[in-house]
Design a protein around this ligand. Structure first.
Ligand code: GYE
Length: 352
């Protein structure tokens, strides 16, 4: 059904464009040629509604920028952008507005996984394809969205945990000597669910002491606040697993304010920080300084991938249901050169 509508629109656009072109060539329509060209160009733009979940982190700002840079009039798009400010209700409202405004595609970066069935059914009934970007949606019926572009968050978590396992093993630190706290992302967000699972599974398998899991909401302020309170609660924390870099920057502030040192030398009493994203320059600098030991990259450059999907759909094609972004692992210490997860080897990029 969706494909039919897309083809219809494609044909209408071509006819419109040819008609205007004919008018211009024959001079038959009167008026200025440039006005007609402009109208034709505006009519041929693909109307896209994008519901972004918020602006909580540097990753999010980079992701929004990637979308805005891609979905421009020069690239043949009209973009309607809505910021959900971390609230699912706002995102649902935005989707309903997009439907009313008869956009041709909806792009949704969902704040949490569940609760989307009704509104996505409404979009489907209106025959508007929905592309999920970044986090996942957990819906009863997968045909409620056309496809998803984003990261494999559990894999990111496993990579970070495997780096920690390899590093501490190489340094002769026993698993029972790792006392870890997890500053989680926004609860219920795929990036939180996957990264939390990656660590929890590894802790179980390796016999690590996972002291606490507390949300830091993916923000620097909350990361700082949560870390300060964890330090008061537990004396023996020596690893902090932050589910994004903004939280890590906040955790570093709290650790230093408590007179402790973020670093890689656990035997000297330093506290090791592990994190995700690798977008923020300040966080990458912290890696260079050893204040963050390892970052599992999360790639926010997803605008072009979404645009490719729309082009495929415009031509009547079927995009992959899920496309994952390519992601690296960053560290400064070269003890761990690569890690292996389920038979796949991932090299570690050493920053200098
Ligand atoms: O890691 C974090 C952001 O969903 C991948 O959300 C995204 C995460 C990202 O706030 O910084």
């Amino acid at each position: 059904m969706t494909t039919c509508k897309t083809q219809e629109r494609f044909t209408v656009r071509i006819i419109l464009f040819l008609l205007v072109l004919l008018c211009i060539v024959t001079g038959g329509c009167g008026g200025k040629a440039s006005d007609q060209e402009e109208t034709a160009e505006e009519d041929s733009r693909i109307k896209v509604g994008f519901s972004q979940l918020g602006a909580e982190s540097d990753w999010r700002s980079a992701n929004t920028a990637s979308m805005k840079e891609t979905f421009t009039p020069a690239n043949g798009y009209e973009l309607i952008f809505e910021d959900g400010q971390q609230k699912q209700a706002n995102q649902i409202k935005a989707i309903r507005t997009f439907i009313q405004r008869e956009v041709e595609y909806i792009v949704l970066a969902p704040v949490t996984e569940t609760g989307w069935d009704t509104v996505l059914q409404e979009a489907k009934d209106a025959r508007i394809p929905v592309i999920i970007m970044d986090r996942k949606v957990d819906v009863q019926d997968d045909s409620l969205f056309t496809c998803r572009v984003g990261s494999d968050f559990e894999l990111e978590g496993r990579k970070a945990a495997e780096w920690l396992r390899s590093y501490t093993e190489a340094k002769g630190i026993g698993p029972e000597d790792l006392h870890i706290v997890n500053i989680q992302g926004t609860i219920g967000a795929s990036a939180q669910i996957g990264r939390t699972k990656g660590l929890a599974d590894a802790a179980k398998q390796n016999g690590w002491d996972l002291l606490a899991e507390v949300t830091g909401d993916f923000t620097q302020a909350k990361g700082r606040e949560v870390m300060a309170s964890l330090l008061r609660q537990y004396e023996n924390i020596n690893v902090v697993y932050c589910e994004n870099d903004n939280e890590a920057l906040g955790a570093i502030e709290a650790i230093e304010a408590a007179g402790k040192t973020p670093g890689l030398d656990l035997t000297a009493g330093e506290i090791m920080i592990i994190s995700f994203d690798g977008v923020n320059e300040a966080a990458l600098d912290c890696v260079r300084q050893g204040k963050i030991a390892c970052i599992a990259q999360c790639n926010p450059e997803q605008g072009a991938l979404v645009s490719d999907i729309i082009h495929t759909l415009e031509q009547g094609g079927t995009p992959e249901k899920i496309s994952y972004t390519e992601e690296e692992i960053f560290a400064v210490d070269d003890t761990v050169k690569e890690i292996e997860i389920m038979g796949t080897v991932y090299p570690v990029t050493i920053l200098d």
